[in-house]
Write a protein that binds this ligand. Sequence first.
Ligand code: GDP
Ligand code: MG
Length: 439
Amino acid sequence: GLTTRLQNVFSKLRGKGKVSDEDVAEAMREVRLALLEADVNFKVVKEFIAKVKEKAVGKEVMESFTPGMVIIDIVNKELTDLMGGSQAKLAKANKPPTVLMMVGLQGAGKTTTSGKLAKMLQKQNSRPLLVAGDIYRPAAIKQLQVLGEQIKAPVFTLGDQTSPVEIARQGLQHAKDNGNDYVIIDTAGRLHVDEELMEELRQIHSVVNPDEVLLVVDSMTGQDAVNVAEHFNQQLNLTGVVLTKLDGDTRGGAALSVKAVTGCPIKFASLGEKLDALEPFHPERMASRILGMGDMLSLIEKAQLNIDTDKAKEMERKMRNAEFTFEDFLEQMDQVKKLGPIDQIMDMIPGMGKMKQAKDLKVDDKQMGRIEAIVYSMTTEEKRNPDMINHSRRKRIATGSGTSLAEVNRLIKQFDEMRRMMKQFSDMMGPKGGGKNKA
Ligand code: GDP
Ligand code: MG
């Protein structure tokens, strides 16, 4: 996938103390190919590469201590910008109700997203009304009613014999009469963009004057999703996009192109069929996920709930100063175990996802036990100064822990790699690298 390809490009740059113009050019060629292969719009790719190049050839990068990391940081920032920079909030009407009109092709996820949005709004103590505006698809009304029952949200319908425009008009009035502060209008879709449908949507639009016109697009459809978005935007002045099916095997093209092509921000991401699988879309998180830096922010949020903060701060300080030892590693493993199934956690740690893939490393709780055995077989001195663990010490550790020399070598190599990446990552996130995220 895109992430693996980008990681390969960057692992070449990462360790370098000096980066030549050719290195940069070569890396950019590969980034370009990786993006195109991920089905990102070619114009978007072209502009993206130009921007990154412009920043990457600067003096600052070449003279930096870790030029490779500076370049990754530049790419990360540009990817974030490409997806809208910061999180785009849902509009709110000055005078309630706030009207949300859901549009998109058939099967994109309009109806389910309507239910998910209603649930999200309820959690914020709002009282959304769902309006069943798709009278064409068999059972579309029933589908919305079932969703409404599940979350105990009212669903307004006039059956399938009244025009969607009239349903929308009366639905809005119903919300006003009943004190609903949000109205979510589910509409019909077609398999392809079609003039008749657009006309109907324009009429609904002019009758309800929505605060948000949210285009629901299936991220699995890649560039097609972007073409659809462009079309709808010309007809309806979209205010935002909801990307669905991001839980599937999407190549990332839609997420990366849709904002650049339409100017419409992605406001929500849907990652599953369940009603709570909708999230506000965070460009910076998506960018780091794409770059395989793991979803550090999500991990940090998760960790904050479970981890001793004083210890975590101390750990962070050590990582910054490259003082991280095998003793810390053991403690870290203890903390990590509290977070949940290990293979899920590993995916969120920068570099780990890649390591798992590249080395075909199966990390499970049993594996953790072997790793712990190796570390326990080190002397205190060795744990504190991993660099002193030479060949004969490794052999001793392997025997002591009942593992093999190869396993010990692998662990130490991974440890070194992790230590280096953590340091680089924290430099990048810190004030020096300037890549600090707001959250
Ligand atoms: P509509 O025709 O645009 O109203 O689409 P629906 O809301 O009926 O959704 C079509 C199908 O996509 C349904 O089977 C949904 O359960 C499924 N779906 C919607 N969103 C997601 C998502 O984020 N992930 C997955 N895996 N499936 C989704
Ligand atoms: Mg529907």
